[in-house]
Each structure stands twice: as structure tokens, then as C-alpha cells.
Ligand binder design. Structure first.
Ligand SMILES: [Zn+2]
Length: 322
């Protein structure tokens, strides 16, 4: 195997769109091409194992899916629940078609919002028109709502990953609420509904301090955990054997996205090699920024891409032996 480099999801839109705003898919096309072009330039003919993303310039990930699902109304967060939540039409297909064409068929990653994230109170809100089943839920759990969202997102996952013409090699589910105290049993159920629908390996992205919940993450049936390396090192009992026992590989977040400072190549290389020693190079699937970059400065975003590509090249031999 060799180390994969991929972005966590979003990328700053085309320079003509400043600051980022809601875009129709037609308006977003130049920004998708821009995101792909920036990634291609970072690789620029070198043997980096890059997994491409579309950059999702249309909107934040919850809004992209909220606008596409039946049962939700609104133009921005929070969306109103007006009827039972269902999947009736493709949501991210066109975005991925544009990216696929722009990268000339290279490997692509699709992104699905997690149901926990989508059901948060600042993402969607219940109204008197919402189905009784949702309104009768425990307001803290929103169980029926979450399971219906998960089933709808599973439909989208099935549709995207069954489409072999796009070369989608991985699907990523984003669930940041897991580090903010979300119910872990319900989260596992919701994530697995989506993950089971995928025909390709599934990455679970959770940002923030995962150290108190790492054991719960290991129990979720996905292939790869994308977590921040700085918090991972605080999980004392995480061993190569434990990762193997749970069938998990790590996608290590190694670049902060909420600050303009970027760790040096030497620093990143050192951190990564230390993690390879600790968790086994064979258990490290790839490296990523810590989170999406929609709101980053364009030049800083671009520097992060270059740094990831350079570090991957520097440590490649170490990971190829794994
Ligand atoms: Zn994140």
C-alpha cells in the first residue's frame, strides 16, 4: 500500500466568488473545476497517491443535502421539516460528474453529511407541519428524524457508489457532533445505515477531540477513521492490534484549518513517522487536513495541498514497505 492524500471535503470557491456563498450547481461549476485544478497542480506529475474531492462549493454540506432531500424547506440553515424526509432525486451526482470530467477520471471521493449532523437543532427545525412521529420524539434524541435522514442519505450513497462510471473509490460520512456529546448508540446506528449502502470503502470524519470517544468510533462499522492526529496521540491504549481487531485504518488529520500557520514539512514528517511507529504504517491509510477548507484563504489552502503532497512523497518509501 502507499499513503493516500485527500482533502477532508470542502475547498475555497473560485476567486470570482468571494466570500463563499450559496451557489446553484451551474454557478458552482467553475469553482469545482478550480478545486480540482488546485489539487492537480499540487500533485503535478509526481507519484503522489491523491484521492480527489470536488470541493463542494455549492454550500455547506448540510445545506447541500437539505436542499436535495424531500421533506425539508428553506434556503439556508436551519431548514424546516415540513413532511417525512425522503430521497427522491440525486443530490451530489452532478457535482461529482463535473469533478470526474475535470480530473479526467482519476480517483474521486464522495461526501455525505452524517444524519446526526443534519438533525442538529441549528441544521433543521421541527414545525407544526412536521410529521407527528418526529414531533413526539425525545427532543434531545430526535430518533425517528435521524433514522429517516440516515435512510434517505443511504439512498444517495447507494446511487453514487453504484455508478461505476465516476470512479468514486471512497465515500466519506461527516459526523462532527460525535465529539460534542451526541448519543453514541444512535450515531452508530445512523452511520451504519449509510455505510451499509456503500459499494466502496467508507471513511468516517470526526473533527475535534476524539480521545474520549475513540473506543466508540472503533466499534462503528466503517473502514477508515479520519481524526485529528494531535488528539489521537492522547488515546493511550490505541495499538496496531486494536486497530486490526476492529478492521480499522486511520486517515490522519495533520494540518489545522482554522489558523493560517502551517506546520513545516520536517515537523509533519516527524509526526507522521512517529504515528507509523505507534500505530503501524500498514494501519495508516492516508493524511488529510483536520477539516474542510471552505472558509480558508485561497493561498493558504493551496499551500496546505502542496505541503501534504510533499510530505507524502518524503515518507512514501516508509509506507510502501508496510
Ligand atoms: Zn470536520
Amino acid at each position: 500500500m502507499s499513503l493516500i492524500v485527500t482533502l477532508t471535503g470542502s475547498y475555497p470557491p473560485h476567486p470570482d466568488i468571494d466570500p463563499p456563498r450559496s451557489l446553484t450547481i451551474e454557478e458552482a461549476e467553475p469553482s469545482i473545476r478550480f478545486a480540482v485544478e488546485q489539487q492537480q497542480q499540487a500533485v503535478s506529475g509526481r507519484p503522489v497517491n491523491w484521492l480527489y474531492v470536488s470541493g463542494q462549493p455549492q454550500d455547506d454540506i448540510v445545506s447541500i443535502y437539505a436542499k436535495g432531500l424531500d421533506g425539508l424547506k428553506g434556503e439556508h440553515l436551519p431548514f424546516k421539516v415540513v413532511s417525512e424526509i425522503k430521497h427522491t432525486t440525486p443530490i451530489a451526482l452532478r457535482e461529482l460528474e463535473i469533478a470526474h470530467q475535470a480530473i479526467d477520471g482519476k480517483p474521486l471521493k464522495a461526501h455525505i453529511t452524517g444524519a446526526m449532523l443534519m438533525a442538529e437543532h441549528n441544521s433543521i427545525e421541527l414545525t407544526e407541519n412536521s410529521p407527528v412521529l418526529y414531533r413526539n420524539d425525545d427532543p434531545d434524541l430526535r430518533r425517528h428524524l435521524i433514522i429517516d435522514i440516515a435512510n434517505a442519505l443511504a439512498e444517495e450513497t447507494r446511487l453514487l457508489t453504484n455508478n461505476s462510471s465516476l470512479n468514486i473509490q471512497y465515500v466519506q460520512i461527516d459526523e462532527p457532533p460525535l465529539t460534542a456529546g451526541a448519543d453514541s448508540t444512535l450515531a452508530k446506528e445512523a452511520i451504519e445505515i449509510i455505510a451499509k449502502a456503500s459499494k466502496v470503502p467508507v471513511i468516517l470524519h470526526v473533527c475535534g477531540d476524539i480521545s474520549p470517544i475513540m473506543n466508540q468510533l472503533l466499534d462503528i462499522q466503517v473502514d477508515i477513521l479520519n481524526v485529528e492526529g494531535q488528539h489521537l496521540t492522547r488515546v493511550r491504549d490505541l495499538t496496531p492490534q486494536l486497530l486490526r481487531d476492529h478492521g480499522k485504518k486511520l486517515a490522519i488529520g495533520c494540518l489545522p484549518v482554522n489558523a493560517n500557520e502551517i506546520p513545516t514539512e520536517r515537523q509533519l514528517e516527524r509526526d507522521l513517522l512517529r504515528m507509523a511507529d505507534r500505530y503501524g504504517a500498514e494501519n495508516i491509510w492516508g493524511i488529510t487536513p483536520n477539516c474542510g477548507m471552505r472558509w480558508s484563504d485561497r493561498d493558504v489552502a493551496r499551500l496546505r495541498l502542496d505541503r501534504l503532497a510533499n510530505v507524502a512523497l518524503k515518507v512514501a518509501s516508509r509506507f510502501e514497505q508496510a
